[in-house]
Every structure is written in C-alpha cells, then in structure tokens.
Write a protein that binds this ligand. Structure first.
Ligand code: BTN
Length: 259
C-alpha cells in the first residue's frame, strides 16, 4: 500500500506484510529517510521483541514503528522507551474510556503495558547512526485481537477486555493513529530530554504501584529480587532490596514475582 499523510500531518505507510516494521524503518533510515515517518503492517513475519526475542504480530494486532531523528545526549536515548510507553498508555486508556470499559492498565519499567498482570503491549527502541545522523526507530506492538503466547509470561488482548473485537477490521488502524498522535505529542513534551521531568511524573502516575514485588534479570550477573521504588531522575528503575538497600537498574528484564 502507498504512503499517506494523516490528518495531523504525520506521514504513514501502511503495509499488508513486512518482516518487521522496525527493520523496515532502519532500512529506510540507512537509505536517507529522515522524516518522522510511521510504518504500520497488518502482519509481521519476523517481528522483533526485546532481548533478541521474537514478537508475534498476527493480523488484527498492531505492529507499528516511528522514525525519530535524534538530537539528544546519548544518555537520554533510553528515556524514549518511557516516552513511548506513556503515549501507548494514554492512547489505550483513552480508547477504553471512550468505549466505557473499566480495566486497570499500568506501565512496567521500561516499556510494557499491562492489563492487571498480563502483557498487553510492548515497545522496542533501536538506535543507530545513519550517515552523519543519529536516529532511533521506536517499535510498538499491541495485542488487539490476539494474545500470542510468550514463554513464561501472561498475555492479554484488547478484544478479551471487550474492546476492538476481532470482527472489527477498522479498529487496529484507528487505534494505531491514536497511538501515533499521542507519541508525537509525548516526544514534543520530552523535547530531546529537556522535558523529561514531566514525562517521568506522568509515567509514574500510570505505573505499577510502588512496593510491587519484582525481579530483574541483569544478564550474566543473574536475577535480583526486590520491590518497585520508582524511577530516578534519568529514568532508571529504582528497586528496594530487603536488607540490601536501594539499587538503580539501568538495563534488564523485569518480571513480577508471581510470573
Ligand atoms: C517487547 O519485547 O516487549 C517489545 C515488542 C516490540 C514489538 C514491536 S511490533 C512493531 C515493531 N516491529 C518489530 O519488529 N518490533 C516492534
């Protein structure tokens, strides 16, 4: 399908099928694309998740990515995950609200959207240098019609919460545009890191409750357990460890302790 400009001026490319919308935007960036372009695909054949995992996005779910030309200090790049998670939360909450559905959704560091304890959406931010420029590709996957199984994780789809039934083909497209509008706004608010304080506050308003029991896989160092204690000023995870004080987690996969 051809590219098109949305009502808000953002440029969208809608595809029936692609390996990965993140990979597609990376290719376009390397070929010289610099616009804040969106790509959405009805189906991905090689969707990428965090930590090298596969991300399954069958028709009916949302797989979308946005190109973000970078003009921020390198240390601020991980904040884009939080900016994006916030935008996804705002868009989904707005949609649930508009449909009169009352479900508790929350953010889990760095970028999962949960309904209860089940994963509803994930974000993958990949950054690279293209020519003289630094760019990021922000990928968003939302379980709209289907909740693909993920080893060791509970997953859920919006359809099972009463929203966006599988027989409504227009809904993933409409929700994707809503997510895009919120993402554009949140990136403006972030202002290449200068506005991170307000993003952090808004993110914490929508996060799992402080004190939630969790563990973090820190790689070869193993897994450490503790309770959620918020975010530091840079956006890193704060975790309270019984008898061992507060630790700052800069990278890792978080699991809720009963996962
Ligand atoms: C995660 O592991 O939670 C992140 C999942 C991110 C999936 C999205 S779907 C659209 C974009 N294209 C990809 O290949 N991955 C991201």
């Amino acid at each position: 399908m051809a590219g098109e400009r949305g009502l808000d001026g953002a440029c969208w490319i809608e595809l029936d099928e692609i390996d990965s919308t993140n990979a597609e935007l990376m290719r376009r960036a390397i070929a010289g694309e610099r616009r804040p372009l969106y790509v959405r695909a009805s189906r991905q054949t090689a969707g990428r998740g965090r930590s090298g995992r596969m991300w399954h996005s069958p028709p009916g779910n949302i797989a979308m990515s946005r190109l973000v030309p970078l003009d921020c200090p390198p240390a601020a790049v991980p904040q884009i995950s939080l900016v994006t998670g916030l935008a996804v939360h705002r868009a989904v909450a707005e949609q649930l609200d508009a449909s009169g559905i009352s479900v508790s959704i929350s953010l889990k560091w760095p970028n999962d959207l949960l309904a209860g304890r089940a994963k509803l959406a994930g974000v993958l931010v990949e950054a690279t240098t293209a020519g003289a420029d630094r760019i990021a590709v922000v990928g968003i996957g939302i379980n709209v019609a289907h909740a693909p199984r993920v080893e060791g994780r509970e997953t859920v789809a919006l359809a099972s919460l009463g929203l966006a039934r599988a027989d409504d083909p227009a809904t993933p497209a409409a929700l994707a545009r809503r997510v895009g509008a919120h993402l554009d706004r949140a990136l403006d608010e972030w202002d290449s890191g200068q506005g991170f304080a307000s993003i952090r506050e808004a993110w914490l308003d929508r996060s799992l409750p402080l004190g939630t029991e969790m563990s973090v896989d820190t790689g070869p160092g193993g897994r450490v357990a503790g309770t959620f204690a918020g975010l530091d000023d840079a956006g890193y995870l704060l975790m309270e460890r019984a008898g061992a004080g507060r630790m700052v987690v800069t990278v890792g996969d978080v699991a809720l302790l009963s996962d």
